[in-house]
Design a protein. Structure first.
Length: 99
């Protein structure tokens, strides 16, 4: 008989990353950071047609998922792609879409 405990940590991880990727602005931010070493939130503020507070919320979601890192360089925050996690995301989603 099959166990009802079929959800694994991997499922939770995929769902966390998928949630972070579920908004086009966050996808754009990840694409942008993938082409740069790092950038300041003010750089993104100039590019994206959204309020600064909205941008902050999107950056927070990406940071909470571990996809980006933010370092305070007063008075600005510098954001970078978390390369180790980004590589993990590519592998996890590649495995998922193989099935």
């Amino acid at each position: 008989m099959e166990s009802k405990h079929v959800l694994t940590d991997k499922h939770e991880t995929i769902a966390r990353y998928a949630k972070a990727l579920s908004h086009p602005v966050r996808v754009y931010i990840l694409e942008f950071l993938a082409t740069k070493a790092c950038c300041f939130s003010g750089d993104l503020d100039k590019i994206l047609p959204i309020a600064r507070s909205t941008l902050s919320q999107h950056l927070k979601e990406l940071k909470n998922a571990g996809l980006i890192k933010g370092n305070i360089e007063y008075p600005k925050i510098k954001y970078c792609l978390n390369v180790d996690v980004w590589n993990e995301v590519k592998i996890i989603f590649s495995d998922l879409f193989r099935h």
